[in-house]
Design a protein around this ligand. Sequence first.
Ligand SMILES: Nc1nc2c(ncn2[C@@H]2O[C@H](COP(=O)(O)OP(=O)(O)OP(=O)(O)O)[C@@H](O)[C@H]2O)c(=O)[nH]1
Ligand SMILES: [Mg+2]
Ligand SMILES: [Zn+2]
Length: 260
Amino acid sequence: MNKDGTGTIIKIHKRKNYLSRKAPKLRGASYRGERLEQIIAANIDDFYIITSADEPTFNHKSLDRFLVSGESSSLHPIIVINKIDLMTDDFSNEWKNFYEKIGYKVFITSVTNNRGIEELKLSLNGKKNLFWGHSGVGKSSLLNSMFSHLNIYTQKISEQSAKGKHTTVTVTMYPIDETTFIIDTPGIREIDPYGVKKEDLSHYFIEFLPYIQECFYNRCIHEHEPGCAVLDAVEENKISLERYDSYLRILDTIEDDLKF
Ligand SMILES: Nc1nc2c(ncn2[C@@H]2O[C@H](COP(=O)(O)OP(=O)(O)OP(=O)(O)O)[C@@H](O)[C@H]2O)c(=O)[nH]1
Ligand SMILES: [Mg+2]
Ligand SMILES: [Zn+2]
């Protein structure tokens, strides 16, 4: 950083991965074609998807959307369910087991009770970590509770809508020590995985992978094709209905004419 507050680029690193999304639709603008790609951060080691058990309500479908953004950007997603003080242990254990069975690491935390905070802090060590999720789930509060010197501004969620107030407004990278970095991001309202094609979506549901190549059709999108091994796996409870339902909902939002 220069004295006048501006920065100077000293080196441009090669990008091994990056997180992006479609730029939000401009109000009033008439849109034709694709929306622009907005890059959030690059060269991330671990991608923490922060959710809350309540306030705002836990929503596994939106967590699945976050997971698709991570997987499609070659990031390593890790799940945090924060505010566990507001729900029962049964609730958190159920979702922890659900996502661990698929293959994701899940942390259960509470800033209020200081639960799971040390464990989370340890896992950040020596890496460049990105915190990502809806507004009000406690991203900045978690960072403050692990590293009190950061003193990041946080704010109560709205009492009327039980949603966050978009308190953090810029993406900021905090250096913790020489090898540990944390990127706090503003809470997002909409996640629209950028540039995912219909026929590729199933690759980002990692537990579908063993079945995909068994489908009769090469370009099967696992909707109602005959000989679909993913549908068979759902039938046999090898893939959960919840995840398959998330898959169908995301599939539905991908434009048919996406060209590359
Ligand atoms: N009960 C409870 N409240 C929490 C916990 N963690 C954070 N909060 C509260 O949740 C509210 C929102 O926290 P923030 O840290 O500002 O949330 P954020 O995810 O950074 O929100 P944005 O910056 O808008 O994206 C604050 O009032 C926090 O005190 C928790 O573990 N339990
Ligand atoms: Mg914040
Ligand atoms: Zn199929």
